[in-house]
Write a protein that binds this ligand. Structure first.
Ligand code: ADP
Length: 172
């Protein structure tokens, strides 16, 4: 018998931006994993009321990291960035989070790209100092969320469309 949790979703893998089914790709980068910040970062999104619909631990291939950061391929830091993500000194935690305005609010919760400009209370503002070791990633638009969720969570059943019993208390 087919599990209801694994049933084919009625909504696209990347969610429906602008609704309570909006989805974003959030990652804890290798420095965040190495420094033991995975639970804190997951906890912030959980406590906010967002719903975890995808979660995996992996050392990304060079091809995946190159594609993920394709927009930055001409930047001087690109090679170092891809090496940091893929060298296997620690894995990456890839996640898909769902809820109202999760793309924009996910970025707010991460804080500015350069931690020196990130406010206290944000992940980067609380835990890091250097733009090259800024702990986390979050999609910056609906287009990048669609691209990134597809890239990191291609396989069937990897993003799970489930109903949280808290939903009526969080989203109404
Ligand atoms: P964000 O991750 O906030 O979306 P960008 O897309 O501009 O920011 O950059 C992607 C990642 O590239 C950053 O999170 C950071 O890890 C790295 N990066 C950006 N600028 C620099 C830089 N000047 N030096 C080193 N790494 C950088």
């Amino acid at each position: 018998e087919k599990s209801p949790v694994l049933a084919d979703s009625a909504i696209p893998l990347h969610g429906v931006p602008g609704t309570s089914k909006e989805r974003t790709f959030i990652a804890v980068k290798p420095d965040g994993v190495q420094r033991g910040l995975v639970s804190d970062i997951i906890g912030r999104f959980e406590k906010r009321g967002y719903k975890l619909v995808g979660l995996k631990l992996l050392v990304p291939s060079k091809a995946l990291a190159n594609e993920h950061y394709a927009d930055l391929s001409s930047k001087p830091f690109f090679k170092g960035l891809v090496d940091y993500m893929t060298n296997g000194k620690a894995p990456v935690v890839g996640m898909v989070w769902e809820g109202p305005s999760v793309i924009k609010q996910g970025r707010v919760m991460l804080g500015a790209t350069d931690p020196k400009a990130a406010g206290p209370g944000t992940i980067r503002g609380d835990y890091c100092l250097s733009i090259g070791r800024n702990i986390c990633h979050g999609s910056d638009s609906a287009e990048s969320a669609e691209k990134e969720i597809g890239l990191w969570f291609g396989g069937k059943g990897e993003v799970v469309d489930w109903t949280s019993n808290n939903e009526e208390w969080v989203v109404s």
